[in-house]
Write a protein that binds this ligand. Structure first.
Ligand code: ZN
Length: 164
């Protein structure tokens, strides 16, 4: 958990926002860039939902509704796209860039991005939701990516445990 918006955290927020835009992504989680903190950035322009990128800190999904199947990709797994079922509506609780508690609701593509990035922070890749045959075809490449992100999320958990 991020408990204070320190100078390091501010730098991370700026980096994530800059990168999600420059990579033309919809979202980017801190552990994708090797920072073991609970933060993701959203680039709403990718979902026609606004222009300014923003970050959500310590995100948790508090409610979901419905389900939509749609093709999805990931900046960590270039050139791989597949159909994933996601909620039509999601509500996320967390803190904003100033350290205030927020709840945000999203639908459609933005809801998909919220779920995808929250999954990243929990060490889950969209590919984990695909069928076995499809996953085997991509196994080697995915194993490396997954091992790296899982390691980063474990580091985060042990850091959290130590500070409690
Ligand atoms: Zn991703």
């Amino acid at each position: 958990m991020v408990t204070d918006i320190t100078a390091d955290v501010r730098r991370l927020l700026a980096d994530l926002k800059r990168m999600v835009v420059s990579e033309d992504g919809l979202g980017l989680a801190a552990n994708q860039i090797a920072v073991p903190l609970q933060v993701f950035a959203i680039n709403p322009a990718g979902a026609d939902a606004g222009n300014r990128p923003y970050c959500i800190i310590n995100p948790t999904v508090v409610a979901t509704e419905g389900s939509v199947e749609r093709e999805e990709g990931c900046l960590s797994i270039p050139d791989v796209y597949d159909v994933v079922s996601r909620p039509e509506l999601v509500r996320i609780a967390g803190i904003d860039e100033e350290g205030r508690s927020v709840e945000m609701e999203a639908t459609g593509l933005l809801a998909r991005a919220f779920m995808h990035e929250t999954d990243h922070l929990n060490g889950v890749l969209f590919i984990d939701m695909l069928g076995e045959v499809r996953r085997r075809l991509m196994a080697d490449r995915l194993r490396k990516i997954e091992a790296r992100e899982l390691r980063l999320s474990r580091e985060r958990q042990s850091q959290t445990a130590e500070s409690e």
